[in-house]
Design a protein around this ligand. Sequence first.
Ligand SMILES: Nc1ncnc2c1ncn2[C@@H]1O[C@H](COP(=O)(O)OP(=O)(O)O)[C@@H](O)[C@H]1O
Ligand SMILES: [Mg+2]
Length: 283
Amino acid sequence: MEMMISANNIVKSFGNKKVLDEISFHVRKGHIFGLLGPSGAGKTTLIKILTGQLKQDFGTAEINGLDTNKLTGEDHKKFGIMMDNFGIYERLNCYENLKVFADIYGIKKNCIFNALKKVGLAGAEKTTASKLSKGMTSRLRLARVFMINPDIIFLDEPTSGLDPATADEIHKIMLAEKEKGKTIFLTTHTMSEAEKLCNNIIIMDDGKIIEHGSPEEICRRYNHQRMLKIHLIDGTDIQLPHNENTADKVAELIRNGHVETIHTTEPNLETVFMELTGKELAI
Ligand SMILES: Nc1ncnc2c1ncn2[C@@H]1O[C@H](COP(=O)(O)OP(=O)(O)O)[C@@H](O)[C@H]1O
Ligand SMILES: [Mg+2]
């Protein structure tokens, strides 16, 4: 099993506030790994450490076997980063924005056009960045990542604030990259996004990992939250916990001919997070 990203007991404080508290995990090659957590959980701080933009206080981080504190300019060219502080030049058009980075990275012109096409910005080459919608700006940020054809891609809340259709297109692009064997490290506060895309996730709250595993595994662990949704012939709906204590009640309803349909509801990451923290994963 080839590990592309490893974090071992990462600790980071800002002043007295511990923002990352002994964070450890591994990301396999070709996986989409999700870091889930509410605003302020420490997601962006962790991405900055993993990409060598910030130094941790304790612990070690490696990407592709390299210590993230010792990355060279050449190393940096091998991974793509999309995050808010990687700005777009408002006064340049889409093509010019990418050209700035293409020149730094020694990337050919046709790669710029290919990247714009890939993210659905073909035809918008000459549009000034300041005139782009939020969705198009996100696409342009993504184009910059894909232009360098990196093996490891870090995406910090790539679909935050986007409409569902644009988010869905970005999901498709991510899944296509995964199919090509790329490794993606994704942060999100959208549980449905993690369930849809990620092989493995960690859930963080207040700088600590509170759950880890595949989305399915985690949901299975919280199977006691399974509910039976029963629709009665008289039109009313009732919900009962899915366990042996309710079996008699359900049998009685069926025997007496009251039941029209029965469904089971599986726990999702949203309900898991709620159980773990007592909080909603609000935006
Ligand atoms: N440069 C900084 N100086 C001081 N505090 C910071 C700094 N960067 C982040 N923080 C604090 O660290 C915590 C985690 O922030 P962040 O990593 O941005 O969380 P997330 O990306 O999950 O929303 C927050 O409480 C934030 O205010
Ligand atoms: Mg953040």
